[in-house]
Write a protein that binds this ligand. Structure first.
Ligand SMILES: Nc1nc2c(ncn2[C@@H]2O[C@H](COP(=O)(O)OP(=O)(O)O)[C@@H](O)[C@H]2O)c(=O)[nH]1
Ligand SMILES: Nc1ncnc2c1ncn2[C@@H]1O[C@H](COP(=O)(O)OP(=O)(O)O)[C@@H](O)[C@H]1O
Length: 211
């Protein structure tokens, strides 16, 4: 069986990674989502095991020590990490999986999965990025300022990615990521392998010159 594709959706804080990823999951129910572990406190409405695995710092450090994370990063004072086993199992079952993670973690995933598809989400402008970080209303002013300055530095990592997708409209951005997935499946000739095996089994009694 072919392995599934690993898609990493990353980009600066506030660009809309969570929003685009959620829209993509609604549109593509067969796309498996990797639920991350974090030491950040749950926001209103967030559920353990659904939005994140909410863990204490000690529990998170145990996960690091036990090599249970594919990657992890410290981001604005909290740890975030991708549970390794679920990703590896999903890929070996031939299913595609999406990771929605910040840029430091994405660099680490690239080292382990060079064949992964790395998509960098861009804001239409810096002004719009600032509005999105502010408008979400989940952060204090100090956190907003910090996130914005981190976001500007994060934009420099664009060159390490396979694709850039501007998140102007959610549906359009979602459509672009979907198009990337379709193209990557075609590139890997997932279905052609079976066709070529079939061709190999055909008896070579007839060739073009005999027709
Ligand atoms: N490296 C890494 N980053 C993650 C992971 N899960 C989430 N993140 C990123 O951590 C950052 C902060 O996430 P969060 O606190 O939920 O805030 P928000 O996504 O900006 O609303 C975002 O950039 C997420 O994409 C993970 O498993 N690993
Ligand atoms: N295409 C878009 N147009 C307008 N607002 C958007 C768009 N995408 C996301 N947003 C808004 O921007 C804010 C940040 O989005 P979020 O998904 O939390 O970003 P990230 O996960 O990258 O930190 C949210 O308030 C979200 O509703």
């Amino acid at each position: 069986m072919n392995r599934g594709l690993l898609i990493v959706l990353s980009g600066p804080s506030g660009v809309g990674k969570g929003t685009v990823c959620a829209a993509l999951r609604r549109k593509l129910p067969d796309l498996t989502y990797s639920v991350s572990a974090t030491t950040r406190a749950p926001r209103a409405g967030e559920k353990d095991g659904v939005n994140y695995f909410f863990r204490t710092r000690e529990q998170f450090q145990d996960m690091i020590a036990n090599d249970a994370l594919l990657e992890y990063a410290e981001y604005v004072g909290n740890y975030y990490g991708t549970p390794r086993e679920f990703v590896e199992q999903t890929l070996s079952e031939g299913k595609d999986i999406i990771l929605e993670i910040e840029v430091q973690g994405a660099v680490k995933v690239r080292e382990k999965f060079p064949e992964g598809i790395f998509v960098f989400l861009l804001p239409p402008s810096l002004r719009e990025l600032k509005e999105r970080i502010t408008g979400r209303g989940t952060e204090s002013q100090a956190t907003i300022d910090h996130r914005l300055s981190v976001a500007v530095q994060e934009m420099n990592l664009l060159e390490h990615y396979d694709y850039a997708v501007v998140n102007d409209e959610i549906d359009t951005a979602c459509h672009r990521v979907e198009a990337i997935l379709i193209a990557e499946h075609c590139k890997r000739e997932r279905f052609l392998h079976e066709l070529f095996e079939e061709l190999d089994r055909l008896p070579l009694t007839e060739n073009v010159s005999e027709r």
